[in-house]
Write a protein that binds this ligand. Structure first.
Ligand code: 5GP
Ligand code: MN
Length: 330
């Protein structure tokens, strides 16, 4: 397990010419903003770069620069492999282990090596080179420093991408991962031309009617435990069909239900297309949901984590809520 210095990562990226960038399934603002930010920086340095993800880009992120250049493998058949030039480096962003990138249809044997850049404390150091900084609010914040170390001249397009990463992973500068350095970087990005109000309008004021309907249905089903410390709710495939909403439209429900007075932990259970129950956890203060999610094969950050469980939504909810109650009592 080796954690490299950021300047070492910068030197390696400067030395090589061919890159593939990828990030985790269920793409979020940090994954996409970081991918595009790094894509633009490496392109500015004259490199050959491709961004390949398993999942399709959610509609709300279509405003990001160069978003149409991202390849998605969701609909490719199992046998398909992307062409890989000799001496290609795979850069994996925001992913605590390599399985988190899903199936991106590249033959890993043709890759020279992996560079792993992340801020999850549970990162497994799967790269030949790793830069893991759990104190960084987001991978976007790390890449701001990396860009400078590589000698990039940060421009407005890069700033929009990195700001998106930072604003989404800090819950608009509200979560505990927001530090003075986060604001300092955001200030610089605004000076480079980011319009914070316009940018966050794209992300937060761009809901479809179906998104609010599924939120309404989920809120109608909210439950709290007898001590009012845990709130939870569910979204089933049937609820998605009834409200005509897509999977990507249910981000944020877990944060809404955490807003209840007294509640310390919230859990959100959803049925996925492939028969799993995806669970998201959020907490206020001390309760570490990263540690809790690891008990179920997942992970994340101290106040935001998740896992995927095979089972029915009813069984999974019962199991996880009773385990949460036990952990909160300890
Ligand atoms: P979300 O609940 O928004 O999907 O994820 C919150 C945080 O937990 C993110 O940092 C995400 O990377 C992490 N996370 C979510 N699901 C999983 C999972 O199944 N495994 C791991 N290792 N991390 C997860
Ligand atoms: Mn992140």
């Amino acid at each position: 397990m080796q954690n490299n210095k950021l300047c070492e990562i910068a030197e390696i990226l400067k030395k090589y010419n061919n890159f593939i960038i990828s990030s985790h399934v269920h793409l979020d603002g940090d994954a996409l903003g970081s991918e595009i930010g790094l894509y633009l920086m490496l392109r500015q340095l004259g490199k050959d770069v491709r961004v390949i993800n398993q999942d399709k880009t959610p509609d709300i992120y279509q405003f990001l620069p160069c978003i149409e250049e991202i390849a998605c493998t969701e609909k490719l058949d199992e046998e398909y492999f992307f062409d890989i030039k000799p001496k290609t480096i795979l850069i994996v962003l925001d992913s605590s282990n390599l399985d988190r990138i899903g199936k991106i249809h590249i033959d890993i044997k043709q890759i020279d090596f992996i560079v792993n850049i992340d801020h999850h404390p549970s990162n497994t150091f799967y790269g030949k080179y790793n830069y893991i900084n759990p104190h960084a609010s987001s991978v976007g914040e790390i890449l701001y420093g990396l860009g400078k170390q590589m000698g990039c001249i940060l421009n407005k397009q890069m700033a929009i991408s990195l700001y998106t990463a930072i604003v989404t992973d800090t819950g608009s500068f509200r979560y505990a991962n927001t530090k003075a350095s986060t604001f300092q970087i955001a200030l610089d990005l605004v000076k480079l031309g980011v319009n914070p109000s316009r940018l966050t309008d794209y992300i937060y004021n761009n809901n479809k009617l179906s998104s609010l309907k599924i939120l309404g249905e989920a809120l109608r089903k909210i439950k709290i435990d007898s001590s009012s410390r845990i709130s939870w709710t569910i979204v089933t495939r049937d609820m998605l069909i009834e409200t005509k909403s897509k999977d990507e439209e249910i981000e944020g429900i877990v944060d809404k239900i955490l807003s209840l007075k007294k509640v310390k932990v919230s859990a959100f259970f959803r049925e996925t297309k492939d028969g799993y129950i995806k669970v998201s956890f959020r907490s206020k203060g001390e309760f570490n949901v990263d540690q809790f999610a690891r008990m179920f094969g997942g992970g994340g950050h101290p106040n935001a984590a998740g896992c995927s469980v095979k089972g029915t939504i009813k069984e999974t909810t019962k199991l996880i809520i009773s385990k949460l109650q036990t952990e909160l009592d300890n």
